[in-house]
Design a protein around this ligand. Structure first.
Ligand code: UDP
Length: 257
């Protein structure tokens, strides 16, 4: 029985109180949702894969000096993270046109954008996470102008790092979403990257075949979602070839514990 205090229940993750003050445990679920939860399914092993992929990304971000909430992976589904005050925004960077951009602006899917475009969405399920401007963000007090600058600087660095990381394994980073939080250390506060970075929150296309290797497999009923997440993990060197063949059940991921 789980006796830990649950702090927050999200669509794909649950947060529990951590072992020490200022820490939390982030649990990755197998739930996959799209279109503001109108579409919902469970995929065995998805949480295990996202835990490992997000661990890999966040650990590397920490190592190159991009601050994140990640401390360490605890087990197959859980990470120890720093408790932050979440900023209620989803920050999206787009390198290639896809998703909402093609629906709203009529840009052809796959168009390489003249420069990376940053967008902010207000995190509010009841309102369907609307696109908002910097004016809305400051007027309603969700973040200050300097915090917006910090978030933009962070996401551009994350975008450059991830674009190179994925390009090196034959995958194009089309777009992705991050969420940021305020970390309080004594009298100081800084903005850090929180939440997760995984194929749930990125669009990833195989460079050679243009195959979609992310949550669009689910959104667009393309099938093979877990197989594609496995393939991303395999190319990153996180799981081995044998483990990718167990794609129908809970995935056994090698553990260093
Ligand atoms: N995204 C996300 N969570 C959301 C909305 C979007 O992780 O609630 C990610 C999505 O996977 C994609 C990027 O943000 O990589 C841009 O998504 P878009 O705005 O095109 O919306 P979508 O088509 O996913 O509704």
């Amino acid at each position: 029985m789980n006796r830990r205090r649950r702090i927050y229940e999200g669509k794909a993750k649950t947060l529990y109180e951590g072992p020490e003050p200022g820490t939390l445990i982030q649990f990755f679920k197998d739930d996959v949702t799209a279109f503001n939860t109108k579409k919902h399914e469970i995929f065995d092993g998805k949480g295990v894969l996202n835990n490992r992929i997000s661990e890999y990304v966040f650990d590397n971000l920490n190592r190159i000096g991009i601050p994140t909430h990640f401390i360490k992976r605890m087990n197959m589904r859980e990470q120890l993270i720093k408790e932050v005050e979440m900023i209620p925004l989803e920050i999206v960077v787009r390198n290639i046109a896809a998703g909402q951009m093609i629906q709203h602006l009529g840009v052809k899917e796959g168009t390489v954008l003249p420069r990376s475009i940053i967008e902010f969405y207000y995190k509010n399920n009841a309102l369907n996470d609307p696109l908002v401007s910097e004016e809305h963000i400051t007027a309603f007090g969700w973040a200050s102008p300097s915090e917006i600058d910090d978030m933009m600087a962070l996401i551009i660095r994350v975008n450059d790092f991830l674009s190179g990381l994925f390009w090196g394994i034959g995958i194009q980073l089309v777009d992705f979403k991050i969420e940021c939080g305020r970390l309080f250390e004594g009298d100081l506060m800084r903005i850090i990257v929180a939440d997760e970075i995984s194929p749930d929150s990125c669009r990833l296309w195989d460079i050679k075949t243009k195959r979609k290797m992310d949550k669009d497999c689910f959104r667009e009923n393309l099938g093979g979602m877990i197989e594609n997440y496995c393939e991303v993990a395999f190319r990153l060197g996180i799981i081995n070839q044998k483990e990718t063949q167990r794609a129908t059940g809970p995935i056994l991921v090698k553990s260093d514990q």
